[in-house]
Every structure is written in C-alpha cells, then in structure tokens.
Ligand binder design. Structure first.
Ligand code: ZN
Length: 150
C-alpha cells in the first residue's frame, strides 16, 4: 500500500470516528441486536427497520475504541437499502479484508480496515458492529440477540 493510500484510509477511520453516521437509537426499528467485545470494552447495538427483506433504515449506538465505532458507522452507510443477502455478502467481503488484509480491487472505504489484519486483537473491534447487524437480520421482529463476536 502506498503512503498516500495509507493516509487516505487513516482519514476514513478518523472521519467516521469523529462524525459517526446514523448514530443513536432508531425509534421505528423492528429489529435490534447487541454485540459486545469484552477484550477491548467495545459495545455496539444495531437497529434495523426492515421493509420486507430490505433494510429501510439502520442505526447504531455504542461506545468503545475508534476502530469499533468507525467500523459500525461505515457499516450503517453500506447496509442501508440492502437486502439481507446483499448485507451478508458485504459482511463476507469486509470479514475477508480485516482477517487477511487482502484489499478489494477498487479503492473503497471498506478497504480502510485492511490494516486491521496486522493486529489480530483489533479484528473483533472491526467486526463488532457488522456482527450485530447480521444477528439483527437473522432475528425476528422485536428480537434482541445477545451476541459475542467470535
Ligand atoms: Zn476495540
């Protein structure tokens, strides 16, 4: 990765951490899941309002390290409007990037997290919000899932 690209990706994480998108409880949510990452102290709740099989609206709320909060913020921007199958596919891509460091061919915000693979303890931080979102998608209406990342 070039120094410029590395810098750009650093900015993506800093920006999402400083100005989180879709943060706060979603009053109209019909699915909620909570994830926590005890090894780092990160907490993340994900709220979904499903329109049929599509994520009509999404938000997250939580606290923790910069990686966990920035990743959850980015996740909400990527999953909004997606079907559950598309969301699962995006999570698969993201998971591969953070565990292997393999960057997608196109420059994208998601690739900002590729550097995380060099710090195995932080992988759980990066996947926490995504994991909660996938759990929320799997759950029925008004189901709260206590999930621990693996
Ligand atoms: Zn963390």
């Amino acid at each position: 990765m070039s120094a410029d690209l590395s810098e750009l990706y650093q900015q993506v994480i800093l920006d999402h951490n400083k100005r989180p998108r879709n943060r706060g409880r979603l009053p109209a949510a019909n699915r909620v899941a909570h994830g926590d990452n005890p090894s780092c102290g990160d907490q993340c709740s994900v709220y979904l309002r499903m329109d049929g099989d599509r994520i009509g609206d999404i938000s997250f709320d939580g606290s923790g390290c910069a990686i966990s909060q920035a990743s959850a913020s980015l996740m909400t921007t990527l999953l909004k409007g997606r079907s559950s199958a598309e969301a699962a596919e995006l999570y698969k891509n993201f998971h591969e990037i953070v565990t292997t460091g393999k960057e997608p061919e196109e420059i994208s915000d998601i690739a900002a997290f590729a550097g995380v693979h060099a710090f195995p303890a932080r992988i759980k931080c990066a996947t926490l919000g995504w994991h909660a979102a996938i759990e929320a998608l799997k759950g029925g209406p008004n189901v709260t899932t206590e999930s621990h990342t693996d």
